[in-house]
Write a protein that binds this ligand. Structure first.
Ligand SMILES: O=C(CO)[C@H](O)[C@H](O)COP(=O)(O)O
Ligand SMILES: [Fe+2]
Length: 219
């Protein structure tokens, strides 16, 4: 028995960056509720994407749940800007040095759900003390920074461990996976206990996106 029904959260990183509103509309028109927004600072990860101004512009035209993944060395400096821009969930990485507890508390104070993210090389034990302070744990299944990479199967054990910890401690956080997710790799993550599936490349390139979304909804 799974803790949560499955959610597909398409990553707009693989959308049309000359018309992100149209990419968000594709997601909404399928009846999906979530969209994943990847924010990169060129420092924590070797790439740049977009910032709060773009998120605010998208918010004007969209009622989707904005699942904002901050890949930033200093996320605490930007959470207020993203909350004001219309984020519903803000996920911050555990790896950089900042006050994680205070930052998660501030995200909640700003009226957003809280997420904590682990890179592939970071063990589940690094966030064990924060599990009761988040609504979502995001396990990266690629090294963050770029879409279109191959799924890392070595992360399945971590997903299973976090799923077991959730049950043991009677917690309710969502368990999200991000990177190289498609209908095959996502199903493996589902079997390990994941319930929230980020998909960029495989979703936007799917020949039949409605069928793609329906498959995940049935997991
Ligand atoms: O956080 C990310 C990259 O750092 C993206 O969310 C992720 O890579 C999605 O892209 P794809 O589904 O194409 O792998
Ligand atoms: Fe992401």
């Amino acid at each position: 028995m799974y803790a949560h029904a499955p959610i597909l959260t398409p990553s707009i990183l693989a959308g049309d960056h000359a018309n992100l509103a149209a990419s968000a509309a594709i997601v909404a028109q399928l009846g999906l509720k979530w969209i994943h927004l990847d924010i990169m600072d060129g420092h924590f990860v070797p790439n740049l994407s977009f910032g709060p101004q773009t998120v605010a512009a998208l918010r004007k035209n969209s009622k989707l749940f904005f699942d904002v993944h901050l890949m930033l060395s200093e996320p605490h400096r930007y959470i207020e800007a993203f909350a004001k821009a219309g984020a519903n969930l803000i996920s911050v990485h555990i790896e950089p040095a900042y006050d994680h507890v205070a930052t998660l508390a501030r995200i909640r104070e700003l009226g957003c759900q809280r997420g904590i993210v682990l890179n592939p090389g970071t063990p589940a034990s690094a966030i064990e003390h924060l599990l009761d302070q988040v609504e979502l744990v995001l396990v990266m299944t690629v090294q963050p920074g770029f879409g279109g990479q191959s799924f890392r199967r070595d992360q399945l054990e971590k997903i299973a461990r976090l799923s077991a910890l959730r049950k043991e401690r009677g917690l309710n956080f969502r368990l999200e996976v991000d990177g190289g997710i498609d209908l095959a790799t996502g199903a493996e993550c589902r079997a390990a206990g994941a319930d929230t599936f980020v998909a960029g490349t495989s979703f936007f390139n799917a020949p039949d996106r409605a069928a793609y979304a329906a498959t995940i909804a049935a997991w």
